[in-house]
Design a protein around this ligand. Sequence first.
Ligand SMILES: [Zn+2]
Length: 315
Amino acid sequence: MAKNKIQFQKGYSITDLFKEYGTEKQCEDALFKWRWPDKFCCSKCGSDSYCSLKTRRLYQCNHCHHQTSLTAGTIFEKTKLPLTAWFLGIHLLTQSKTGLSALELKRQLGVSYNTAWLMKHKVMQVMKERDDSKPLKGIIQLDDAYWGGERHGGKRGRGSADKTPFVAAVEVSEDGRPLKMNMTVVHGFRKTAISEWASHHLSDGSLVVSDGLACFSAVKEAGCAHQSIVTGGGVACITLTEFTWVNTMIGNIKNAITGTYHSINHQHLPRYLAEFCYRFNRRFQLEDMLPRFIYVALKTPPMPGKMVSMAEPYG
Ligand SMILES: [Zn+2]
């Protein structure tokens, strides 16, 4: 059963983590290896001859004397935290099944709330950029979803003013099992928004199955075939049972976000959605989650200040 395959995979324990990345030196060596897999390369002149300076994480080119920090230009840029704290934080955030709040991360790492919040959002940003670069393909179940608004007794359903709309897409196998998913905040459910979303997140040639909401036919503009299920109608070629995964995933993600974070700022929703999808998409790869993540983090540019506005009270 797929469930057991996930639950009983080998995984990566905290003991493994401390053995491999328990010291600053081990973490620096690992970053160096992932940043320059073949050999060191000076970003200014391309020389591979260097010496490491006593200042932490700094390397000087023997040819042009340009100094390169191990973390410059990456998501870790300018961090004052020890790398061991980063490695532990990334381990906890990638291995957790339902998500880990900044408050919990603060407790586990023994850092300030703001530091934990920043780390969490940088990690989520890496997850988002990584999955944004990997479009779904094949058979895709697509649905519209909304975050928020439920508790205020306002208008329910599509188009309520205090809800943030997002697209939920699940790539399924031929026999209807979920493989990967993507959840992306959109401006609204109009054809232009769906066409734009599809061109970034779906491979052309995919088959998109959705309900009858008119905007979804815009996936055809991104080179996908489209089949809509008319609920209650008798013309559907695809049975409704094959369409349930996307609804299940929307329910799961809402429960996970509400359960872990209590409340989140709508402006950060794209990253919370991406975090959930990232872990789901790698649920069979727990063992090498950490090196895979950090390899990508080293290629992810620092987060612009505007994306990291003030920390939230409970995020
Ligand atoms: Zn140089």
